[in-house]
Design a protein around this ligand. Structure first.
Ligand code: NAD
Length: 256
């Protein structure tokens, strides 16, 4: 029997096989979870559907998290197919490319709104629909954040501000939902080469710097993030909520 046998999970944020969300899905599936998948648009559907079908997913639905009606539609399908939900993975971020270079000073009002809406508010938006499906047995919700929320990382700019809002959201949601047996946590990985990361100016330098300075002297792998997600989604983490757990080879502990 696996750690997640009998559990049902919904995964947001698979764009392709390199996505952190896909590594998390593989880790959860290996331990027995039944998974459903949300893709952001039709272009990504072509990538996501074959991956999801390969592990027998019964729910594969479009959901742009900027649209409340798409969130509602997807969760209606999840309710009709699964009945209940134990796990929600939110692995989503977006900012316009021009906001991820140069000075934060020049962030546009619209660029700020979009980054905060998609990357931070959406956690509360999808959690609101997941909660009724997690009662009364409880559940585990995880999101993905980055160190740029608390320290200045060149070019990360408005995404750092969005991640700060996301981490605060994790704490507020954890306080709201703890009495209902639902845990909410964030994983903060070191830089990993993915589609989203490619949008950050100077990302190769970030990778190089992290591998050189982290105590473990290497870059983080998606598999390492998957294993931490498995821990957080399983009963092994039954006493853990409202946390940001770093999976960055220890990079964030260094002062110099
Ligand atoms: P990715 O590009 O594979 O995943 C990002 C996902 O966000 C994509 O699947 C995309 O479809 C989705 N998304 C964007 N806008 C959306 C919308 N409107 N509606 C629904 N989905 C939308 O890249 P990734 O690196 O796997 O990113 C996943 C998460 O991990 C993000 O929150 C990212 O900030 C975080 N993270 C990444 C790194 C890294 O270095 N790659 C480090 C720390 C944290």
């Amino acid at each position: 029997m696996g750690l997640l046998t009998g559990k049902k999970g919904l995964i947001f944020g698979v764009a392709n096989e390199r996505s952190i969300a896909w590594a998390i899905a593989e880790a959860l599936y290996r331990e027995g979870a039944e998974l459903g998948f949300a893709y952001a648009n039709e272009i990504l559907e072509k990538r996501v559907r074959p991956l999801a079908e390969g592990i027998g997913a019964r729910v594969i639905g479009r959901c742009d998290v900027a649209r409340d009606e798409e969130i509602e539609g997807l969760f209606n399908r999840v309710r009709d197919t699964f009945g209940t939900l134990d796990i929600l993975v939110h692995s989503i971020a977006f900012a316009n490319k021009e906001e991820l270079q140069g000075e934060y000073l020049n962030t546009s009002r619209e660029g700020f709104r979009i980054a905060l809406d998609i990357s931070a508010y959406s956690l509360a938006a999808v959690t609101r629909y997941a909660v009724p499906l997690m009662i009364p047995h409880g559940g585990s919700i995880i999101t993905l954040t980055y160190y740029g929320s608390e320290k200045v990382v060149p070019n990360y700019n408005v995404m750092g501000v969005a991640k700060a809002a996301l981490e605060a959201s994790v704490r507020y949601l954890a306080a709201d939902l703890g009495p209902r047996g639902i845990r909410v946590n964030a994983i903060s990985p070191g830089p990993i080469k993915t589609l989203a990361a490619a949008g950050i100016s100077g990302f190769r330098d970030m990778l190089h710097h992290a591998a050189e300075k982290a105590p473990l002297r290497k870059n983080t792998s998606v598999e390492e993030v998957g294993k931490t997600a498995l821990y957080l989604c399983s009963d092994l983490a039954s006493g853990v909520t409202g946390e940001v757990i770093y999976v960055d080879g220890g990079y964030h502990i260094m002062g110099m």
